[in-house]
Design a protein around this ligand. Sequence first.
Ligand SMILES: O=C(O)CCC(=O)C(=O)O
Ligand SMILES: [Fe+2]
Length: 326
Amino acid sequence: MAGVAAEALALLQRGDSASAQALVEAACARGDGDALAMRALWRVEGRLVPRDLIAARADLAAANTIGAARILAGFLAAGTGGKRDWAGALAMLDDWASRDPVAAQQRALIAAMAIDTKGDPIALPTVKPLSDSLMILALPGLLTAPECDLLAALSDRRLRPALIFHEGQKRFVADPIRDSDAAGFPIVSEWPAIHAINRRLAAVSGTTVEQGETLQVLRYRPGQQYRPHLDAVPGLTNQRSLTLLVYLNDDYQGGETHFTRLPLTHRGRKGDGLLFANTLPDGRPDPMSEHAGLPVQAGLKLIASRWIRQRPPESPDGFGQHEAMA
Ligand SMILES: O=C(O)CCC(=O)C(=O)O
Ligand SMILES: [Fe+2]
């Protein structure tokens, strides 16, 4: 990053957000691409300036930089800040493929997907029930190996110690239960290939893509684990009714997903999904769904995780967990 954006960041780091903003506004007025991209991110984040996804999308379109184009293609794919335009998202990837290797990679992955003209899957894996007492389904071959590799590559740079959103403090805090590293794919990172994957996760779980929380990738090093927990949160009115995990690799030891109250310890092969219910029919957390990611013994475990709510969010801010700008 150079020029105005770097200067603005330096000002922000010194706590001078007024000067940073003035600098960026002036550069935006001159049509500076990096400044427009930066203002777009501010508008998504909604801290320095009010959250405004429509204006953010306009800034991204005007910026015309690789970074902005990646985000804009995702906005078109998902319908963020305006109409959903899957064909437009693909056209953008085609347009940028010669200048942006990530666009080229996404285009190739999407070309290999069995999807319709809206980006929805036309074929889904056969489902295999794993338990009589709780809805737990194995979904072999939910993602292809190159899709797993893309998620791994895109999250790699951003993986950091897992945080959870503290409702009381309205901020992210260190997670006492899981010591893996995590990277989310919030709306600024939900690029077309990721969005198409999210649509597949929605279809296979019988939900809409809007019901899914931010897709996360978790990475466990040897010794790291996700201690026994429920994914449902007591008191949530729009509960996390389902969890969909996808094993992104299989060259590690240990690290099985273990259901503590069932005789079930499961490990998928690379690309396999695991879908399970977290709630009782009345929506309260189901104690039988308690599960853990057992400690990894050797190697690195990578897993994608999507918590799925009973309903789409009521507010345009999503599920209230503001996108970390990672
Ligand atoms: O890593 C695992 O096997 C479990 C992950 C998990 O429980 C979750 O993401 O909610
Ligand atoms: Fe979990």
